[in-house]
Structures are given as C-alpha cells and as structure tokens.
Design a binder for this molecule. Structure first.
Ligand code: UDX
Length: 457
C-alpha cells in the first residue's frame, strides 16, 4: 500500500518508519524543510533509541522518503494525520495544524481512488467529523464514497517508540465504514500477525518487548469512542502516577516504604505493577495537555471530571513538595548552588517540552538559588525552550557537583546510576542528594557520605 504521514513529529516519523519497515512505500510530509532533509538523509528529527538505524535502512531501500509538498496524497491509499495538537491558553487543544492538514489533503485527493484518512494525532472527540467536513469542502468529493475518516490513536511512549509500535498492547480503529475497516485491517495485519518480524530484529535492538510478548488486540469501534479512548487512557495513567506520588508522601509521613507499598499494590493483577513509579510528577508533551483538554471537554458538556482535576492539582503539589524538601534541608536558598541532573521529562528522549525540571528550576531560581544542570540528550532543546531561565549548563555531571549545596536527580537516566558518586560527593560543598525517582540505592549513598533523600522511602 502507499502510505502518507503528515507531520514529522514523534508519531508521524515513527509511524512512517514503521510502515516502511513493514513493506509499504511511505512518504512523510512536513512543511519544515530542515526535518524533511534529515529524514531523506536517513536521520530522525529527534532522538529515539533505534530509530536512526531503522530510518537509514528504509531510506536506502527507497521505502521511506519525505517531502514538503502534498502531491503524494493523490497516490496514497492511506493518509495519516500526525500533526501536533498543542494546548491553547485555556487548556483546550489547538486544532489549527489538524485543520491545515485536512485542507491540504482535500486539495490533493484523487477522485478516482478511495482514500482512507486516518487521524493519529490526539484530538478531541468529534474531530474526525470536523476533518470529514473540511475534506468534503476542499475536495468537492463525498465522505464515505470517495474517502473515509478513521480515528486510530497512537499509544507509543517516547523512549520506547519502536517497541510500542511493533509490539502494541492494542490497536484501536474507529470507523463505521466497512471499506475503511478492511483497508485498516490489511495495513495492520503485519503487526497483528508479526509478519516478517525476523528481519525487523536485524535492524532494531528491541530492549523491552520481545517476540514472545502477547500479540496485539485489534479493536474496532466508532470514531468518537476511539478518540475518547486515547484521552481517557492518558488521564487514567496520570491519575495512577499521581496516586502513587501521594501514597509516597503519606509513606514518608508514616515511616512506610513506598517501593514496597507500590510493589505490594502492583501484585494485584487488577491494579498492575506499571506506572507506579514515584517521581516529582508526570510531565511531557502528552499528559499535561491531554488531561487539561479532557477536563475542559468535561466542563463544556457539564460533566465535572473531578478525578482528572484532582490529578492535575496533585501533580502540581508533588512538584512543590520536592521544592519544599530542598528548602527544608538547605533552610534558605539564597545564594545556594543547586545541581540538577536530568532535564527531559523521562529518560531515553531528548524531548524537553513541559518538563518537571523546568518547573523546579524556575522555583529554585525564584527562591534565590544558582542552578547548574546536565542532561545526556536534552540539554540543547531544554536551553532553547527555557531561554528565560538563568541556568549554567554543564557537559558532565561532575561539573554540576562542583561546590554544590544540593544535587537533585530529576530524570533516571541509566548513566546516572553508573556515575562515580564518591567523586561527586567530594566535589560538593554540602553532599545532599534528592533523588526524586527513588532511582539510586539510598543506603549506599549514605555510606559514601551523602545525605540522601528520596520520595516516600
Ligand atoms: C504517554 C503515554 O504513555 C503514551 O501511551 C501516549 O501515546 C503518549 O503519552 P509519554 O508521554 O511518552 O507517553 O511518556 P510516559 O512514559 O507515559 O511518561 C509520562 C510521564 O509520567 C513522564 O514524566 C514519566 O516520567 C512519568 N511517569 C511515568 C512517572 O512518574 N511514573 C511512572 O510510573 C510512569
């Protein structure tokens, strides 16, 4: 099949590379020429483990290419809309990119061929109908006759994008159009049946999910329910993390250990062990924007989503609780040197949008602290996004530690576990370490001279 992906962000690029790897001739379209050039050179526009290698192979095999024009839409069987839906000031999703993509698709649809337009972007319920109307208007063609609109939300996590795309738990396809259902099931057949996966393993070093993991459930529903599934899943996960973060604070007050408590909870298969990892809060390009959008949608339709609102409040409280810990320990922050390890919202990504670190750094600076920071991959992007923050960026964690009064470990990058912590402690003015993720072994840190604190342990 001929596949087009509009948007070269996480979802568009990974989807494009994945369908190319499954043998479909795939074109990524983006208005940003720099990103298009990168893709055509076999490089991902962002860091994602394993993706560059896969993309180079696909570009060399001429299965994957990128362009700034929409001409390829004419030849496509399937067009994925995978553009950004950032938050507006009021918390609702900004659909301008989705609408622009729909207009551009409409202008290039082939009247002599049935085309399936798939919404992969995270979009408010009802957006498929909106996309259908724009397509009819701009193309002069009829929905469900010349084309159909499908909602097929993407559930990949940054840092595990390839694992999640090739070994998903579920594939959700929302449409009532039988022709579109057939096209979608043919497209996903390779993933459901794991066709030619042997070859995939030559290009991709899958770390987490192996071939033995259960096969994906292919779930068909209507467009609105599919759109809803994406939002409510993300909100549920955010609620789950906020819950364990609150439990961590209570554990701390009572002298229980949240690592054991979370493990004990997770052993109940109804609860499950995943997403019970304590942190300074959830963040990134999805959870914050999707929870606020869902909350606003609820408000518009007179359904007060109290749990979602509570999770957002709880998340802010958790960040503030981390700042409070530092304040308690250092008394005044005026003139104190604080080192931050980890600027991305989680490890294995260079995505520095809406990170916990940006919030905490801003608070620390306001309280008078001098902040130095390091991140293995996300430093450049963090600096660009957070130009307003007076931070000294360091090429290595040892420099962050130089004369520091505290180190705050924000992101649990593997390489931070392997640091020479003894040396780091020696460089500090006051060897206080706040490990917001409970990532390091506290006793060991205490033994080598740190005053170690985690969250809830
Ligand atoms: C999320 C969803 O998981 C994914 O299905 C969807 O497609 C996009 O949004 P992503 O934003 O890449 O993916 O990151 P995720 O791994 O879900 O983590 C989100 C935030 O929660 C991060 O800040 C992470 O550090 C935090 N988190 C996650 C925790 O604090 N504890 C956990 O146990 C898990």
């Amino acid at each position: 099949m001929k596949v087009v992906c509009i948007g070269s962000g996480y979802v568009g690029t990974v989807t494009g590379a994945a369908f190319a790897a499954l043998g479909h001739r795939t074109t990524v379209i983006d208005i940003d020429l720099a990103k298009v050039k990168l893709i055509n050179g076999g490089k991902s526009p962002f860091f994602e483990p394993g993706l560059d290698k896969l993309m180079l192979e696909m570009v060399n095999r001429q299965l994957l290419s990128a362009t700034t024009t929409f001409d390829e839409v004419y030849n496509a069987n399937i067009v994925f809309i995978a553009v950004g839906t950032p938050s507006r000031e009021d918390g609702t999703a900004d659909l301008e990119h989705v609408k622009a993509a729909a207009r551009n698709i409409g202008e290039h649809l082939n009247p002599d061929q049935f085309t399936v337009i798939v919404n992969k972007s995270t979009v408010p319920v009802g957006t498929s109908d909106l996309v259908g109307s724009i397509l009819e208007e701009t193309s002069g063609l009829r929905i469900n006759e010349h084309f159909a609109v499908v909602s097929n939300p993407e559930f990949l996590r940054e840092g595990f994008a390839l694992e999640d795309v090739f070994f998903p738990d579920r594939i959700v396809v929302g449409t009532n159009h039988s022709g579109a259902r057939t096209v979608m099931s043919v497209l996903y057949h390779h993933i459901i049946e794991r066709v030619n996966y042997g070859e995939l393993f030559q290009w991709i070093d899958f770390k987490v999910k192996q071939q033995q993991s259960p096969t994906a459930v292919y779930f068909e529903t209507d467009t609105k329910s599919a759109e809803m599934i994406k939002y409510v899943s993300n909100a549920f996960l955010a609620i789950k993390i906020s819950y364990v973060n609150e439990v961590a604070r209570l554990c701390e007050a009572l002298g229980a250990n949240v690592l054991d408590v979370a493990r004990g909870m997770g052993l109940d298969s109804r609860i499950g062990e995943k997403f019970l990892q304590v942190s300074s809060g959830w963040s990134g390009s999805c959870f914050p924007k999707d929870t606020t959008e869902l909350l606003e949608t609820g408000r518009k339709y007179r359904t007060d989503l109290t749990l979602v609102r509570a999770a957002i409040d709880s998340n802010n409280n958790m960040l503030e609780a981390c700042v409070d810990k530092i304040k308690r320990r250092l008394k005044t922050l005026n003139g104190k040197n604080i080192g931050i390890l980890g600027l991305t919202f989680k490890p294995n990504t260079d995505d520095a949008r809406h990170t916990q670190s940006s919030y905490i750094i801003e608070r620390l600076i306001k309280l008078g602290a001098n902040v130095k920071a390091h991140d293995p991959k996300g430093m450049d992007k963090f600096r660009t996004i957070n130009e307003h923050l007076q931070v000294r960026y360091c090429d290595n964690p040892e420099d962050v530690a130089e004369r520091a009064d505290a180190i705050v470990l924000m992101t649990h990058w593997d390489e931070y576990a392997k640091l020479n912590w003894q040396l780091i402690g020696q460089k500090m003015r006051n060897p206080y370490l706040l490990d917001t993720r409970n990532f390091l072994v506290g006793n060991q840190m205490n033994e080598i001279g740190f005053t170690y604190e985690g969250n809830g342990i």
